[in-house]
Design a protein around this ligand. Structure first.
Ligand SMILES: [Zn+2]
Ligand SMILES: [Zn+2]
Length: 379
């Protein structure tokens, strides 16, 4: 059986951000969640649910995604076992408000490795964060180290993330009798839902921690330093491991995804690794031929010969003056597009010379002559 394309399955573009992928997966998961369909469609929904979940596991992980982008399904199959595919995928945060979401994962994937489900009472990995980072053409050309600050949650030191004021005890939740789940019948099914009273913890905090007000976390500004590789383009995601939200109950932190946005440049336009630049050249220089200075994304100016008789729109290639590719093997080119400029102010002397020039070229430039010609042509 040929496998379908992961992007197609999730209905996202190849350049979709982690956030877009997550949103799309969530939407589809709601649709195909086997608890949400009637019994006769359950088997089919389970298959579709597995398919979208595998796609999400691959595309939400930068390493797996780039393997897939480069080598397709073969790249994934050669590198990862079906167990590895789901390893590290954070399904927990997506299904937090789903009720019994973790359970359905354990059930569906038990056949091949019991991947993404989380045990309600056990350690949970923290959520991933995304940070958009604007960089200039010049920075993207050579790569740069960037420092910025993100606001994220840290485990509260006062209560160790427990949420209860130190020295106080938690009480067993009376709604679920400490199980963390309540049963609810919906149509043919009885669905186990997370207890709303205790949020699935089975225990109630009676005296919340004064520092975090019972949440177990406090917001903290965290300085992040990240190396941006040369050649990077808009939409690239750089993963900074372990800089996301803290995990619960000793679980690992999530990751931080830095999404690159290339700022618009006044002079340059980028197409893949090539750069285009419009350079004004006076009509005198273009007619006579000349040497002009052109800017590059490498903050240097290059001298370039413009041959006599160059027309507006003529393109010259500066080999290797574009962006490098991310592996550093090749560089794109820079294209200089000549834009002939006409003087907006001329004095009497210049005008006289221009008219003389026109006369020598056999050109009739007396005012109204064009109108006369049109009149003649349409008689
Ligand atoms: Zn606290
Ligand atoms: Zn409860």
């Amino acid at each position: 059986m040929t496998k379908r394309d992961y992007y197609e399955i999730l209905g996202v573009s190849k350049t979709a951000s982690v956030d877009e992928i997550k949103k799309s997966y969530r939407k589809l998961a709601m649709k195909y969640h086997p608890d949400r369909v009637s019994e006769d469609k359950r088997k089919e929904a389970e298959e579709q649910f597995k398919e979208i979940s595998e796609s999400y596991a691959i595309l939400s992980d930068q390493d797996k995604r780039s393997k897939y982008d480069q080598f397709g399904h073969a790249g994934i199959n050669n590198q990862y076992s079906s167990e590895d595919i789901f390893r590290g995928t954070d399904f927990g945060s997506i299904f937090e408000d789903f009720g019994g979401g973790g359970g359905i994962f354990e059930e569906l994937f038990s056949g091949f490795g019991g991947g993404g489900g989380r045990r309600r009472q056990g350690p949970r990995r923290g959520a991933d964060l995304e940070y958009p980072l604007n960089i200039t053409f010049e920075e993207a050309a050579v790569g740069i180290e960037k420092k910025f600050s993100i606001r994220r949650k840290e485990t509260c030191n006062t209560c160790n993330g427990e949420g209860a004021q130190p020295g106080t005890k938690k009480a067993t939740c009376l709604v679920c009798q400490g199980s963390g789940q309540v049963s609810q019948s919906a149509g043919f099914f009885s669905i186990a839902r997370t207890c709303e009273r205790c949020r699935g913890e089975g225990q109630i905090i009676e005296t919340p921690c004064k520092t975090c007000r019972g949440g177990g976390t406090v917001p903290v500004d965290r300085k992040i330093q990240v190396k941006i590789p040369a050649g990077v383009d808009s939409g690239a995601h750089l993963r900074v491991r372990g800089e996301g939200e803290p995990g619960a109950k000793g679980g690992p932190r999530g990751d931080l995804y830095v999404t690159i946005r290339l700022k618009k440049h006044d002079l340059f336009e980028r197409h893949n690794s090539d750069v285009y630049c419009k350079v004004p050249v006076s009509f005198v220089k273009a007619a006579l031929g000349s040497e002009i200075e052109v800017p590059t994304i490498y903050k240097e100016k290059i001298k370039m010969k413009v041959p006599a008789g160059t027309q507006s729109g003529k393109m010259f290639r500066l080999s290797g003056k574009g962006f490098p590719d991310l592996r550093g093997y090749n560089k794109g080119d820079a294209y200089v597009v000549v834009n002939i400029s006409v003087p907006t102010k001329i004095n009497a002397q210049q005008k006289k010379l221009l008219l003389e020039f026109a006369k020598l070229s056999g050109e009739d430039v007396t005012q109204g002559s064009f109108t006369e010609k049109i009149k003649k042509a349409f008689k």
